[in-house]
Design a protein around this ligand. Structure first.
Ligand SMILES: NC(=O)c1ccc[n+]([C@@H]2O[C@H](COP(=O)([O-])OP(=O)(O)OC[C@H]3O[C@@H](n4cnc5c(N)ncnc54)[C@H](O)[C@@H]3O)[C@@H](O)[C@H]2O)c1
Length: 274
């Protein structure tokens, strides 16, 4: 156990992928989890090619509860300030405090810069950068008042190095990394921390989409997928599982990481190293 027992976490993007694994891992460590994600019944989702099979965040809540853990779920779009406020209100009502924010809600886009419409750009920046800003700002106020707390933002190795066809995504994740770095400096006097994690290639629905769309921008061997191509350049040349990422989030949330703040930590099998 990592000393997380009794803490309270808000986990965004918790319906599937990395966010889901984080919610389950934190709950297994004794954390009370407020899991949030988009409402899968929202009409605009039906026209969003990204979310073909929306999953409800309530299913992760059921899974945690059936394993004996503590969780509540709420539909919230992180780009809508009022909905994020509802998440905070629910956390305070159900569990009385917030100790951890794990931001995983995000969207990807594969287009060369000259193909990217203003609408594409604004959507990716709005969810990944602005949404992260809205949730961070909401908990920053709480963390300063209570003089503790840990923010863990899921950025990406794409926030550090450009990749063709990832212009909007890279820019959005670079924004997350620098926002987090600033927050770390602003929160340190209040005994609170902020870090980013930068995953490489994690087997989630997001990568299913990238595997379909990225091929035309890479020189693939016959039958090779984009992920297989990128793994060729990765020292630990196998895809990550969401659970691999969740362990790093749990560590950064814990008091064992009390000296780690302002960092953007790669968890990428060595794909990128400095
Ligand atoms: N999969 C990877 O290889 C990888 C690598 C690096 C970084 N990341 C980042 O990790 C995070 C999670 O990625 P994933 O692979 O699990 O993706 P995913 O698509 O499987 O899950 C993302 C979740 O975020 C939710 N979401 C999207 N927009 C939202 C909004 N406005 N409000 C609330 N929830 C919203 C979706 O409904 C979905 O459940 C993302 O920020 C992604 O950019 C993923």
């Amino acid at each position: 156990m990592m000393g997380l027992q009794g803490k309270v976490a808000i986990v965004t993007g918790a319906a599937r992928g990395i966010g889901r694994a984080v919610a389950i891992r934190l709950a297994a460590e004794g954390v009370s989890v407020v899991a949030c994600d988009l409402d899968p019944r929202a009409p605009w989702l039906k026209t969003d090619d990204f979310i073909k099979e929306p999953q409800s965040v309530m299913s992760v809540v059921d899974e945690i509860r059936s394993g004996g853990g503590n969780a509540v779920g709420i539909y919230a779009d992180i780009t809508v300030e009022g909905e994020v406020n509802d998440v905070i209100t629910l956390a305070l009502k159900e569990f009385g405090r917030v100790d951890i924010l794990s931001n995983n809600a995000g969207v990807a886009l594969t287009k060369l810069v000259h193909e990217t419409t203003l609408e594409d750009w604004e959507r990716v920046i709005r969810v990944n950068a602005t949404g992260t800003f809205i949730t961070c700002r909401a908990v920053a106020r709480l963390f300063m008042d209570q003089r503790s707390g840990s923010i863990i933002n899921t950025a990406s190795i794409a926030g550090k190095t450009g990749t063709p066809s990832f212009g909007a995504y890279c820019a959005s994740k670079a924004a997350v990394i620098l926002l987090t770095n600033v927050l770390a400096k602003e929160l340190a006097p209040f005994n609170a921390r902020a870090n980013c994690i930068c995953p490489g290639m994690v087997k989630t629905d997001m990568w299913k989409k990238l595997n379909q769309e990225m091929g035309k921008y890479l020189q693939l061997k016959p039958g090779q997928t984009p992920m297989e191509k990128l793994l060729e350049a990765t020292p630990i040349s196998k895809p990550e599982e969401p659970e691999d990422i969740a362990g790093l989030v749990a560590f950064l949330a814990s008091d064992d990481a009390y000296f780690i703040t302002g960092q953007a930590i790669n968890i990428d099998g060595g794909y990128e190293s400095h």
